[in-house]
Design a protein. Structure first.
Length: 133
């Protein structure tokens, strides 16, 4: 998991299959697929939320969610309830766990599905994260 608060975020998935995911410059890149937020408004919101959550930009998150943060033994639990109709089509609720950086995100949708992403081996990078396409 690599993060540059200006350039973007990159992580490699292990399960359910190996892949590289990059959020940079309004784009979501997964493997060889590049999706541009200029072509899809909902994707633009998802990119903004994921980037804001992973960089802990709560000002941007307020546009889409009501949230609470609870500190238990230096572990922060962030609960976000969707307030934005467009975002509700993707997530109804998010839960995140963080110490210095976000370590886990659970995404809930209106069909009852839950997706959990666990981040490990976080490294800060400067100016090196890009979709490259």
């Amino acid at each position: 998991f690599e993060i540059d608060k200006v350039k973007g975020i990159k992580w490699e998935t292990i399960k359910p299959y190996a892949n590289t995911v990059i959020i940079s410059d309004g784009k979501l890149c997964m493997g060889n697929d590049v999706m541009d937020s200029r072509d899809n408004q909902v994707l633009g919101h998802v990119i903004a939320v994921m980037r804001s959550l992973l960089t802990q930009d709560y000002k941007t998150l307020q546009k889409y969610f009501n949230y609470t943060i609870e500190n238990k033994n230096s572990v922060y639990y962030i609960n976000l309830e969707t307030t934005d109709k467009t975002m509700a089509a993707v997530f109804t609720r998010l839960e995140a766990k963080a110490r210095m950086y976000i370590e886990e995100v659970k995404m809930y949708n209106d069909k009852g599905d839950i997706t959990t992403i666990t981040f490990t081996n976080m490294v800060e990078k400067v100016g090196e994260i890009s979709c490259g396409k």
